[in-house]
Design a protein around this ligand. Structure first.
Ligand SMILES: Nc1nc2c(ncn2[C@@H]2O[C@H](COP(=O)(O)OP(=O)(O)OP(=O)(O)O)[C@@H](O)[C@H]2O)c(=O)[nH]1
Length: 462
């Protein structure tokens, strides 16, 4: 049947258009949506874990490597080898693997001995399950979240920190100076007065030997030049105390690249002395001095320590290498932090370690192992022992043991703001033969100061 009239022609054309429009609409409804979201098998792979993410200030550690296998904690009576579980995560990209060593083949990477470390064994994850649990714990920043730049703080300059914090130091230690000066400027001192001088110095934790030396020297001043002038007495005290604190010691911190590699700082100490806080503050000190820094959260014992450290770092744009698995091998984390530091060519890597009692042999052995494992990749330039100044002479016993285990090169004396026991500076330096390099003078982020003997003594003498 033909199309005879214009009306019939238009009717057919409209009909065809309607049918065609319907077909297009149906096509768009059915297939178009697919382009908005790829089916799972077609989505691009997620960003590999363990890579640097400087926007979030983190390097998230995920180690299905030999390190992780080696550290899977065998429990007593469970000597079965830790096999790679069938559902273990796929191997990470080669860049994340510690290339320089085959740690599992080394005795340093054998599992921690739980029988030597009862506390940790109790809280350690079951031997057969560590790796699968790692996967969901890894934090991969969402693209949207990563796009939001964290606010980076500018740490306070460090040059005058000791002076700026002088008042805080003087509050706690100034009483010592005042007491001594009052006695010394009497002109003549009785034996009882000298005993009082001695007691004051001992109470300030100066230690017996330095106290005797100081009292002998002051006695000589008084007997030769006996004075009632407080300014002269102050000068004696200043000079004698300064000699004890020993300004000739090298207090420089190894925090610059050496021989084309990052400097490596290991931070150790007993529980609660302020290690993590100090590492965070130290990162700020270094950033304030234009250093590129990476932190290693090798305190895998305390669950919150890695978070705490990461937060400190993120505030000043410093990335943190960490494991999300509590009880992970601290040596492995330290190893990866040092490797990340070398790969990213930063100036310095600072490794935080778990607090440990100096009299627990297993824990001290573990620390020595962390040190050995780091040294597979790089020399350690600085081992900082963090001591709580308020623990006074007890800190000295700790200091000795740590020094034997890991060759301490410098001391960080924390909480000096809360104690009148500043004499510990002298005592600890004498005991270890290494200088106090930094002092903690408060809980604020910039309350860590490079130790300056003159400013310290000046604050005491007033
Ligand atoms: N007043 C004062 N408090 C400090 C100072 N340094 C650290 N602290 C506080 O000491 C407490 C313990 O600090 P952390 O850094 O968690 O100690 P830690 O040694 O890492 O602890 P563990 O990992 O459990 O061994 C925190 O409340 C800190 O704020 C300081 O110089 N002065």
């Amino acid at each position: 049947m033909g199309i005879d009239t214009l009306t019939e022609y238009i009717a057919v054309a409209v009909g065809l258009l309607v049918v065609l429009g319907g077909l297009i609409a149906a096509f768009l409804r059915g297939g178009g949506g697919r382009t908005k979201e790829l089916p799972p098998e077609q989505r691009p792979p997620e960003r590999p874990k363990g890579s640097a993410d400087h926007r979030s200030g983190s390097i998230v550690l995920d180690r299905p490597s030999e390190h992780a296998k080696a550290q899977a904690p065998p429990t007593k009576g469970d000597e079965a080898p830790v096999d790679e579980p069938a559902e273990a995560p796929a191997p990470e990209p080669a860049a994340d693997e510690p290339a320089a060593a085959e740690p599992a083949a080394d005795e340093d990477f054998t599992p921690l001995r739980p029988d030597a470390d009862v506390e940790r064994a109790r809280t350690a994850p079951p031997a057969a399950t560590p790796e699968p649990t790692l996967e969901p714990e890894v934090t991969v920043p969402e693209p949207e979240a990563a796009a939001v730049e964290p606010e980076i703080e500018t740490p306070a300059p460090t040059r005058d920190r000791m002076r700026a914090l002088r008042s805080r130091l003087a509050r706690s230690n100034g009483a010592i100076g005042k007491g001594l000066l009052a006695l010394l400027s009497q002109g003549r001192l009785s034996e009882e007065d000298w005993e009082e001088v001695e007691d004051t110095l001992l109470a300030a934790d100066l230690g017996l030997e330095p106290t005797t030396e100081l009292v002998d020297s002051l006695r000589e001043h008084v007997s030769v030049d006996g004075t009632t002038d407080p300014e002269i007495a102050k000068d004696w005290l200043y000079q004698d105390l300064l000699a004890l604190v020993d300004p000739s010691m090298d207090r420089g911190l190894a925090a610059s690249r050496v021989d084309g590699r990052p400097a490596c700082i290991l931070v150790v100490g007993v529980n609660g002395t302020g290690k993590t806080t100090t590492v965070g503050k130290l990162a700020r000190v270094l950033v304030a001095n234009d250093r590129d820094v990476i932190l290693g959260a090798a305190d895998t014992f305390r669950a919150a320590a890695a978070d705490q450290l990461e937060t400190w770092g993120a505030r000043v744009g410093v990335p943190t290498v960490r494991s999300d698995r509590e009880g992970a091998d601290p040596a492995a984390v330290a190893f990866d932090a040092v490797k990340a530091a070398a790969d990213t060519e930063v100036d310095v890597v600072i490794i935080d370690t778990a607090g440990r009692l100096h009299n627990k042999v297993g824990l001290m052995d573990e620390l020595a192992k962390v040190k050995r494992v780091i040294e597979k990749q790089t020399p350690i330039d600085e081992v900082l022992l963090v001591l709580d100044a308020t623990t006074g002479q007890n800190g000295l016993a700790q200091a000795k043991v740590f020094s034997e285990a890991v060759d301490v090169t410098g001391v960080v004396l924390t909480k000096l703001d809360g104690t009148a026991k500043g004499g510990i500076v002298v005592a600890v330096q004498r005991t270890l033969g290494v200088p106090v390099k930094l002092v903690g003078l408060g809980e604020g982020p910039d309350d860590l100061a490079p130790f300056v003997p003159e400013a310290f003594v000046d604050a005491i003498v007033g």
